[in-house]
Design a binder for this molecule. Structure first.
Ligand code: ADP
Ligand code: MG
Length: 351
């Protein structure tokens, strides 16, 4: 028998590389929305409007009033590893959500993407990309900011398309991702509309909060997590070793069983971190039985070099230089707030 042909090494083309990378960056419509809204926030937007159809599978449109891009920049924005946010010299000094320069290239590889943008003093322009192939830059009509329109997500990757859940489930995950981003940006207005089959239904909307940071955050959390959470939560504030913690944590009487809202943000970035939620739990140890979970929205701020955000392409995980210090900060700040509220906790009716 003839031996099997020896495999040859070949360089993949750009489109294939982008599709592979897209698998990590864009898992489902919710991750596409996260990337696009983070771009809008990085661009300094004050208003972010999201429109979807079929749970984001048919259409995701994100419109912002941020700084925009010039016509010449449009093709570059869609190129892989092209970013305006870092110069590559210091990966530990990241002040923006983005820095990998991958999201738009990835989205353009797995969906039909149109980018329309305008910088004050320039003409508005648009560019289309499909299957990783860029079209020409064309004149467009837009008064300011950027509109990214993503249609037919994963049409180019049928395997991934099969993993999509129902329109309803994808739409809910997407709305959840947007709400989470909105929690950390009280001064920005957000809206989500459903335009499936010519409909135009508002799914949710939060107006920009004014006022001091604690009040603005409180109002935004009330709008997203509910008045009840806000009325049963304590503002927290603590610092140590260059780390700062703010946010709101629920009174023990407002605890829940499984499925509770626990939201942790690091430098404005929503993160999923077992250690951080573990610290939250530890803080409530004396107040809650094992089957109860405290609702909280916590915001850790620190110098960028104290935390590595370049752990995973979706950037939902972070690594602290000193995890014990973060844990200590959360536990001590929450305990201080809870013990100070002891009298309130005992007079609040459990819900
Ligand atoms: P990253 O956000 O990591 O830089 P992206 O692929 O998400 O990578 O975006 C590439 C570049 O396109 C950004 O660095 C930015 O300069 C530009 N860009 C993307 N979205 C917007 C937007 N909504 N407004 C202005 N510029 C944008
Ligand atoms: Mg980005």
């Amino acid at each position: 028998p003839t031996p099997p042909a020896r495999p040859v090494i070949r360089q993949l083309d750009e489109a294939a590389i982008n599709r592979i990378a897209a698998g990590e960056v864009v898992e489902r419509p919710a991750s596409a929305v996260k990337e696009l809204v983070e771009n809008a926030l990085d661009a300094g937007a004050r208003r972010v409007e999201v429109t979807i159809a079929a749970g984001g599978k048919r259409l995701i449109r994100v419109k912002d009033d941020g700084c925009g891009m010039t016509p010449e920049e449009l093709p570059l924005a869609l190129a892989r590893h092209a970013t305006s946010k870092i110069d590559g010299s210091d990966l530990l000094a990241i002040h923006s959500f983005g820095f990998r320069g991958e999201a738009l290239a990835s989205l353009g590889a797995v969906g039909r993407l149109t980018l329309t943008s305008r910088v004050t003093g320039f003409e508005a322009a648009a560019i289309r990309v499909e299957g990783g192939r860029l079209g020409p830059v064309t004149p467009a009509a837009l008064d300011r900011g950027t509109v990214v329109e993503l249609r037919d997500l994963f049409h180019a990757t049928p395997a991934r398309l099969k993993f999509m859940r129902s329109d309803r489930a994808e739409g809910q995950a997407l709305a959840e991702a947007l709400r989470r981003l909105a929690m950390a940006e009280p001064h920005v207005a957000f809206s989500l509309r459903d335009a499936t089959e010519g409909r135009d239904r508002e799914i949710f909307r939060v107006d920009a909060e004014t006022g001091d940071p604690v009040e603005a955050l409180g109002n935004r959390l009330a709008a997203i997590l509910g008045r009840e959470f806000h009325d049963n939560a304590l503002p927290v504030d603590g610092s140590r070793e260059g780390l700062h913690l703010t946010g709101f944590a629920a009174l023990p009487t407002y605890s829940r069983g499984a499925g509770v809202s626990q939201h942790v943000f690091v430098n404005g970035r929503p993160v999923t971190d077992r250690q951080l939620t573990g610290a939250l739990r530890a803080a409530y140890m004396d107040y809650l039985s094992r089957d109860r979970f405290p609702a909280a929205a916590l915001f850790v701020e620190c110098e960028p070099h104290l935390v590595d955000v370049n752990v995973h392409p979706a950037k939902s995980e972070v690594r602290f230089r000193d995890p014990q210090a973060v844990r200590g900060l959360i536990v001590s700040t929450l305990r201080a707030a809870l013990s100070g509220a002891g009298h309130r906790a005992s007079t609040t009716v459990a819900t």
